[in-house]
Each structure stands twice: as structure tokens, then as C-alpha cells.
Write a protein that binds this ligand. Structure first.
Ligand code: UDX
Length: 471
């Protein structure tokens, strides 16, 4: 029998790559399983530049990286709305190389784990007769809205009739009474449904349920009702998250070093940890919009005034390129902002986010509601203020605010008065209430990856199933 060999191919973006590397490392701990991890050249180079992945994964003789081109010009920023081009680039340029790796007779893979948006993988897996597991690194609740799209379009819910975004949307089992139009993925706000991104996600919804299984970075206590909906379509679900916590738990249980690890594709500014440790307990608001979201210069100043007027301490990640139209020299920044920031703010270009969220001085997280950021905040018991940017983030922020009650959803609003009000509410007026709720969910998240927990068991089952998938 062949040795179990998993070929892993993430969507080449910070969030999904981070997630799949965590899964890869968890599988590496099982020395019987070989892992080949496909990175695009762009992502790989950045990981090599800014992290220790080469050393970290170099310790595992059963692991290897391979790289493929992504088909985009070198100077493409690969942020914001480029996501569609990234998906299409991979499909056109990288997928034939993926196919060669699947079809090889030399140490052929016995299992494929790829991002859910890679619909090209299903026919390849079928042709090669190799089991395929789709790993959708977004939240199941947002993925569930993708699966509902054909029906929503058929029922005339999308495109929206009229401009009222507060109308409740029907036709999504398990989400009754929760989702307003404004909570659907951003691409649903279109007058024409015949657009590439909608076609991609509808195709994704049809393909993923045909795989041998679906892997999710979530846990039963958080998304049980939606996971049950998925099980009705695809019984083999592995809910193994939060993956970064699962990783820490496994390393501890095997008495392996458990120092903070980074899969960042930007250079982390670790000096912020010293700054954080000088601030009082639960006094700092962490502000970051992840790896892809951008804001206009006008929005940037609304945020800045809102933060300063709230009188709260803040640590703000201003990722290079994330503020559209801001001159490099910052000459136009009013002195009052600069002075107040010197007193109680810290601005950096990229944070060691997992470490930051775990510091005792962090009181809340103003986030774009990317799924990794949301889970990282949940695990550390940090309440959120959500300013979703696009795609799945609109759904995540609704769940944070309305369903899980872990914070406030600022959705579609970006003015200094609202920002100040929400920061005061989460950091002051309702601080205890939000912290208690966040602690409750954090305990559930940690329990899920502990021995016998739901995510612990699902990971064990996944590893066992991979071992059995020998040709
Ligand atoms: C993208 C999409 O935007 C998101 O909606 C989807 O859920 C996943 O893919 P991204 O914008 O990168 O994700 O957000 P997120 O999923 O939150 O991932 C960002 C990752 O970068 C997190 O793991 C976070 O810890 C890390 N990060 C972010 C840092 O390490 N430092 C930072 O300063 C900011």
C-alpha cells in the first residue's frame, strides 16, 4: 500500500494560506502522512522573507513546499478587488500544474485538500480517482449564503427590489429572521447577477458538496446549527477549528515547543508588544482590517477622529497600500490627531496579530471581520466592533453582532460619531457585559480542541480517514 500523501493547495491569500499551513503542520505531527504544500511563487517568496516557515517546516521530513505561478503580473498588488483575478489566475495558470502533480505516478497523492473556490479540482480528482476534501477557510455561515444564492435569485430576492437594505431575506434555512439584505455577501448588492464573482461562488456551492468531505475552521458550539444544514448535503464534515488553537493544544500535549508562530506575508512589527504591555488591563482597542481590505482617505480620517474622540488607547495596523489616496508624507494630517495619537496610540504597518490579541491590555478589536481575525478574537475572549469590507465579511459581522452577541456591527457606516459611540460602548459602557460573553465563547472554543472536544475528535477522524485513503 502507498504511504498516505496529502496534496494541499490554498487560495493564495493571507487568511487561507495561514489556515492551511496550520492544518499542514497538524498533519505533519502524524509522521506517517506525507504532505506536499502548493504555494504560488508570490506567496512563497513573502513567507520566506517574513517568517520562519522554512525552518519550522524544515523540521518535518514528511513535508515539502512546491511553488506554481499565479498568472498575475509581478506588480499586481493582490489586494482589495483583485481577489477575482487571483481566482481566475490560479484556474488558468496554476491548475494545469496542479493536475500534473495529481496525475503523477511518482509518489502520487492519496488525498487532495484544496480551497473550496477551486472548482477545477473536482474533475481532476474524479479523473485521477483520488479522494478530494474541500477546505473552505471562510465561515460556514457565510458559505451557507453562497449555497443559497441560486434559490435567492430564483425567488427574486436578488437583485434587491428597491434600495432598502434592512429588509429581511427569506430562503436560507437556519438563518430565518437573522439576515437582512445588508448582511448578505457584498457582491449581492448588484443590479445584475450575471457577474463573474457570483458565477464563481454558485459554482463553488455546487462543487463542494460533491467532494468526499468538507473541512471547516470552526467549532460545533459556535456554528452547530449551520453545520447541521451542511451535513444534510454532505454528511462528511470535519469542523476542526479554531485551527490555531488546535495547533497550540497539540504541540502542548506532545510537549513540543509552543512559541508564537507566524505565517505572515508582511513584516511584523513586534515592538508593539512592548507598548501593549505598558498599558493597563483591557484598555487598548486593536484596529486592523486584515490583508485585503482598503479604505478611502475620507474613511481613514473618520476612523482616526472617531478613535481619538473616544479617548481610548489604540493599536492601529495601517497596512501599506490599505489607505487609498493617502500621500506618503502624511503632511495633511491635522496636528490634533498626531498629538492625541502620541499620547495614547500606536500605529504600525503589520502586527503579530495572534500575539497581540492574547495580551492582557487588549480590550476589544475593531476588525474587518475576516474569518481568521474573527476566530482569533473569539479564542482570546476579545469583543469586536465590526466594519466588514467585502465578500464573506458582511455575514461574519452579522453573526458576531446579532447571533453570537460578541460585539457591535458597524456595517455600512463610517463616520466619526458612530465610531466614537461604538468604541465607548464596547470599551466602557457595556464593557463587562461584552467581556463576559466573549469569555464564555472563548471557553467553548478552547474546550472544543481539548481532549474529547468536538474539534479534537473531528481532527482525529480526519487524520484516520486520510490514513485509510491509500491506493
Ligand atoms: C481573506 C478575506 O478578507 C476574509 O474575509 C476571508 O474570511 C479570508 O480571506 P483577510 O482579509 O486576510 O482574509 O482576513 P482574515 O481572514 O482575518 O485573515 C487575516 C490574517 O492575517 C489573520 O490570521 C491575522 O492574524 C493576520 N494578520 C492580520 C496579522 O498577522 N497581522 C496583521 O496586522 C493583520
Amino acid at each position: 500500500m502507498a504511504v498516505p500523501h496529502v496534496l494541499i493547495f490554498p487560495l493564495p491569500l493571507q487568511g487561507p494560506v495561514n489556515c492551511m499551513l496550520k492544518l499542514a503542520e497538524l498533519l505533519c505531527l502524524d509522521k506517517e502522512i506525507q504532505i506536499t504544500f502548493i504555494n504560488t511563487e508570490y506567496i512563497h517568496q513573502r513567507l520566506m522573507n517574513y517568517t520562519d516557515v522554512e525552518v519550522r517546516f524544515g523540521k518535518y521530513p514528511n513535508f515539502k513546499f512546491v511553488t506554481v505561478p499565479d498568472g498575475l503580473p509581478e506588480d499586481n498588488p493582490r489586494i482589495g478587488d483583485q481577489i477575482r483575478l487571483i481566482i481566475e489566475g490560479v484556474e488558468e495558470v496554476s491548475s494545469p500544474l496542479f493536475k500534473e502533480m495529481v496525475m503523477t505516478t511518482n509518489s502520487a497523492p492519496t488525498c487532495l485538500i484544496v480551497d473550496g473556490i477551486f472548482t477545477f479540482a473536482l474533475p481532476i480528482a474524479k479523473e485521477a480517482k483520488i479522494p478530494l476534501l474541500y477546505f473552505d477557510t471562510i465561515s460556514p455561515c457565510s458559505l451557507w449564503t453562497y449555497l443559497a444564492l441560486p434559490k435567492l435569485i430564483e425567488d427574486g430576492e436578488i437583485p434587491f427590489k428597491g434600495n432598502d437594505l434592512d429588509v429581511l431575506v427569506n430562503g436560507m434555512p437556519g438563518m430565518e429572521g437573522v439576515m437582512r439584505r445588508r448582511d448578505l455577501p457584498s457582491f449581492c448588492r448588484t443590479p445584475d447577477v450575471d457577474i463573474p464573482i457570483i458565477k464563481h461562488v454558485i459554482k463553488e456551492g455546487k462543487h463542494i458538496v460533491q467532494a468526499q468531505g468538507l473541512i471547516f475552521n470552526t467549532f460545533e458550539a459556535l456554528e452547530g446549527p449551520i453545520l447541521s444544514q451542511f451535513r444534510a448535503l454532505c454528511p462528511n464534515i470535519y469542523a476542526i477549528g479554531p485551527l490555531h488553537t488546535q495547533m497550540k493544544a497539540k504541540l502542548s500535549s506532545q510537549r513540543l515547543p509552543n512559541t508564537p508562530t507566524s505565517n505572515s506575508i508582511w513584516k511584523e512589527d513586534v515592538s508593539c508588544i512592548d507598548w501593549l504591555d505598558k498599558q493597563p488591563n483591557k484598555s487598548v482597542l486593536f484596529v486592523s482590517i486584515g490583508s485585503l481590505a482598503t479604505m478611502s482617505k475620507a474613511q481613514f480620517f473618520e476612523f482616526w477622529y472617531g478613535l481619538v474622540n473616544s479617548d481610548t488607547r489604540f493599536l492601529w495596523v495601517q497596512r501599506p497600500g490599505s489607505i487609498i489616496g493617502l500621500e506618503d508624507d502624511n503632511n495633511n494630517v491635522p496636528m490634533e490627531l498626531v498629538e492625541s495619537t502620541k499620547e495614547r496610540g500606536c500605529i504600525i504597518s503589520w502586527a503579530p496579530q495572534e500575539e497581540v490579541l492574547a495580551r492582557p491590555s487588549i480590550g476589544a478589536f475593531l476588525t474587518h471581520s475576516g474569518w481568521n481575525s474573527t476566530l482569533e478574537s473569539i479564542v482570546e475572549g476579545v469583543p469586536m466592533i465590526c466594519w466588514p469590507y467585502f465578500v464573506d465579511q458582511q455575514v461574519n459581522s452579522r453573526y458576531v453582532g446579532e447571533v453570537w452577541k460578541l460585539g457591535l456591527d458597524m456595517k455600512d457606516v463610517c463616520d466619526r460619531i458612530t465610531i466614537e459611540r461604538m468604541v465607548r460602548e464596547v470599551m466602557d459602557v457595556k464593557k463587562i457585559e461584552f467581556l463576559e460573553r466573549a469569555k464564555y465563547m472563548s471557553d467553548l472554543a478552547i474546550a472544543s480542541v481539548g481532549e474529547g472536544g468536538s474539534s479534537y475528535q473531528d481532527l482525529d477522524r480526519l487524520i484516520e480517514d486520510i490514513r485509510l485513503m491509500r491506493i
